[in-house]
Design a protein around this ligand. Structure first.
Ligand code: HGY
Ligand code: MN
Ligand code: MN
Length: 413
């Protein structure tokens, strides 16, 4: 049996680290709010780097703010095996989405450090910038630049609702690193994450061996009607942008249901102008997120969505500008990485099953340029992007043990 077969992570230390980061930018309902590149995100990053330096990791930061904490191997000219995720959260985020994957990677490095284990290839823990795409849309932007899916200038120029750019905010918090994003090769990437869906809990499985991720397409819609008096404007002839929005929101739901069981559609963001109770809204901005594991079906859903929007607004005398801001096709992960995760789960005796990710992840970007897989653990009720998000310490520990042993297998192969 290999000298490392008996290695196990410290589940309590992992849990304590997750809780400690959760104290930064606490939400009002027990979750977290650390939007990308805010002071709270910066504080979480700084704490992560401190923890990595405590175990002797060398730190590199690229010009998208991605953090790579390296534990040297015997052959440091080999591309590293990298594990990690993101520290930024949704506005009403939970304590585990992203954070678990970052701190599970740290816990794996801590375990190697405690046991004085050196791998053949170096191993790294990574924090990807702006995975959520909540403050700066689209999502997974920095892992996307790393994978060559987005130009850096485009990413730096993205602005938040206050007009602040991603590039300026990177500089402001001191995370515009000097390493060119994408210049550091990754030998293999593993990302541990809560499933954010109900499958593992329903199937009573502790580990999800993730074989790929579904595709998603994001749209910005600007509906233009006419401001007018709520009292004296007859119903016929109104050009009410909010009525158009309401019909579109309902249509997105019906479209997703038409493509059940995998199709999903969400309108998550909306602003109404002039937003006055006695003026018919002349303009509405809303976002649409459509997803499906099959890209051809996703294209069909998109086509139908656009036709339905056009029919709806024409009938209401409202103009509509639809801008597709992101198309992230479905991805399949690397068979060697999948096998490493599956073998680790089986050898460690954890119940497991293969699964396709419903949520997007940095791994779904980086898999375009490096062998990649993910490890899922259940979360209560499959709930995520909600402050009540929760997971069992023993499941988090199990996923972290699988991560550790998959990393060892890949770094020593
Ligand atoms: O939208 C997603 O799937 C991810 O949580 N950013
Ligand atoms: Mn996530
Ligand atoms: Mn998320």
């Amino acid at each position: 049996m290999s000298e490392t077969a008996q290695l196990r992570v410290d589940g309590q230390r992992l849990w304590d680290s997750i809780m400690a980061i959760g104290e930064i930018g606490p939400g009002e309902q027990g979750g977290s709010c650390r939007l990308a590149l805010t002071d709270e995100d910066c504080e979480g990053r700084n704490l992560f780097i401190r923890w990595c330096e405590e175990i002797g990791c060398s730190i590199r930061i690229d010009d998208m703010g991605n953090i790579f904490a390296r534990r040297a191997g015997r052959s440091n000219d080999l591309a590293p095996v990298v594990a990690g995720s993101h520290l930024d959260t949704q506005p009403h985020g939970g304590k585990f989405d992203g954070i678990y994957g970052v701190l599970a990677a740290l816990e794996a490095l801590r375990t190697l450090h405690d046991n004085n284990v050196t791998t053949e290839a170096p191993v790294e823990a990574v924090v990807w910038t702006n995975e959520e795409g909540s403050r700066f849309a689209p999502a997974m932007i920095a892992s996307g630049v790393y994978a060559g899916l987005f130009e850096k200038d485009y990413a730096w120029a993205i602005t938040d609702s206050d007009g602040k750019s991603l590039g300026d905010e990177l500089k402001r918090i001191g995370y515009m690193g000097d390493m060119t994003c994408g210049s550091n090769p990754i030998g293999a990437l593993l990302e541990a994450h809560i499933e954010q869906g109900p499958i593992l809990e329903t199937e009573n499985r502790q580990i999800g061996v993730v074989i790929g991720g579904q595709g998603q397409r994001w749209f910005d819609l600007t509906l233009k009607g006419q401001d007018s008096h709520a009292g004296s404007t007859p119903m016929p002839g109104r050009r009410d942008a909010l009525v158009a929005a309401a019909e579109i929101i309902s249509m997105v739901k019906l479209l997703a249901l038409e493509y059940a069981p995998y199709g999903v559609g969400t309108v998550g963001q909306m602003s109404v102008m002039p937003n006055s109770r006695n003026t018919i809204p002349g303009e509405v901005f809303l976002t649409v997120d459509i997803r499906n594991p099959d890209d051809a079906v996703l294209a069909e859903m998109t086509q139908k969505f656009k036709v339905c929007v056009t029919d709806c607004v024409n009938e209401l005398g409202v103009e509509c500008d639809i801008e597709e801001i992101w198309h992230c096709p479905p991805v399949k992960f690397d068979t060697t990485c999948i096998a490493a995760v599956e073998h680790a789960a089986q050898t460690l005796g954890y119940s497991n099953q293969r699964i396709v990710s419903g949520a997007g992840h940095d791994a779904c970007q980086v898999c375009q340029v490096a062998p990649t897989s993910m490890i899922f653990v259940p979360c209560a009720g499959g709930l995520s992007h909600n402050e009540q998000e929760s997971a069992e310490p023993e499941d988090l520990e199990a996923g972290c043990n699988v991560l550790l042993h998959a990393m060892l297998a890949l770094a020593n192969s």
